[in-house]
Design a protein around this ligand. Structure first.
Ligand SMILES: [Zn+2]
Ligand SMILES: [Zn+2]
Ligand SMILES: [Zn+2]
Length: 331
């Protein structure tokens, strides 16, 4: 029997279609053609990217030269620009503002073929620390209200460069999806006096059927109302509203569970294209009681089509309990 499930945060309904239940082998990734050619993100090509904003260098080599383990640069083709004043204006019934913001690229490794799955744990930890360092810096900018960290892996997931990288976009507004999530969490908090994410962590640890992995501080789950096959969330087990405000030791633990989760996905789904995002509090910090930062990882296995676009109602052919089991049992 298919099930209608409501996400307690968004109030969003999904159809879990057990009848058409799909196994990992039903999702063959598209033929991968090597993109090849010159790569501006490789070590030695530092002059082909905008100058670095930060870089991690073990041996103190000068900026914009080889010898780094990670670099952050501005996006060469930014969606938003950092220069100028923020102007809000109306045009008849329409409101608009200019595109102030920041769009940065985190070059996760100097090596072209290394990925988050193949790099050593320390490399993944560096990536997570770089996100924190950049969020802390961007928060100083009074014009900005939110920063979204995201990664597109694979052409089908929107990656235009093969070299492993992720991106940050800082915005002068809090985006709608984030507002919905914050509002949903706030409504839950007003009603129950508890954080909905903390409650999810507690219940999933009890029920176990949707748990993929856990370590001392984090939990990786297939969410109850998963929109997509193998959708996965990683949440801190204790209440942390803001990603960048965790104590330092937690980034190592976050790297460990992210790396392990991605390795399992890689194994079960044969290196699928995927997107991940970090949802964290807005710069205002007004949501510290009821919001709880997390990763959302979405392997790109199905295409979002007319029905989904028209209704916001997702049809997910793999029950999250089965997805969790495949990932839990992967070695
Ligand atoms: Zn490269
Ligand atoms: Zn919480
Ligand atoms: Zn979220």
């Amino acid at each position: 029997m298919p099930e209608l499930r409501k996400d307690p945060i968004h109030g969003r309904w999904v159809i879990i279609s057990t009848e058409r239940s799909r196994r990992p082998s039903d999702f063959q990734p598209e033929e991968r053609k090597p993109m090849g050619g010159f790569c501006p993100l490789c070590e030695g090509n530092e002059d082909r990217t905008p100058p670095e904003i930060i870089a991690y260098r073990d041996n103190g080599t000068p900026p914009n030269s080889p010898g780094w383990t990670l670099r952050v640069v501005s996006n060469k083709f930014p969606a938003l620009r950092i220069e100028g004043d923020l102007n809000r204006e109306g045009e008849g019934i329409y409101d608009k503002m200019n595109g102030i913001g920041a769009h940065e690229v985190v070059i996760e490794t100097p090596r072209h073929t290394e990925t988050l799955v193949t790099m050593p744990l320390k490399g993944v930890e560096n990536v997570l620390r770089a996100y924190r360092d950049r969020i802390v810096d961007l928060k100083q900018d009074q014009r900005l209200r939110y920063v979204l960290v995201f990664k597109n892996h694979g052409v089908a997931a929107g990656a235009s460069l093969e070299h492993s990288h992720s991106q940050l976009v800082a915005l002068p507004i809090v985006p709608g999806r984030v507002v919905d999530e914050i509002e949903g969490a706030k409504n839950y908090f007003n009603y129950k006096d508890r954080c909905v994410f903390c409650d999810i962590v507690r219940q999933e640890l009890q029920q176990k059927s949707r748990v993929i992995l856990e370590n001392k501080s984090f939990l990786s789950i297939a969410p109850f109302a998963s929109r997509f096959p193998f959708e996965t969330w990683i949440l801190p087990k204790t209440h942390y509203p803001s990603y960048e405000k965790m104590e330092s030791s937690l980034y190592e633990q976050a790297a460990q569970i992210l790396s392990d989760t991605l390795k399992r996905m890689n194994w079960v789904l044969n290196d699928p294209p995927y997107n991940y995002i970090i949802h964290t509090s807005s710069f205002s910090g007004h949501e510290s009681e009821h919001y709880h930062w997390h990763f959302e990882i979405m392997p790109k296995l199905t295409k979002v089509a007319g029905f989904e676009w028209g209704t916001g109602f997702y049809i997910n052919p793999t029950p999250p309990e089965e997805a969790a089991e495949y990932l839990r049992e992967a070695k």
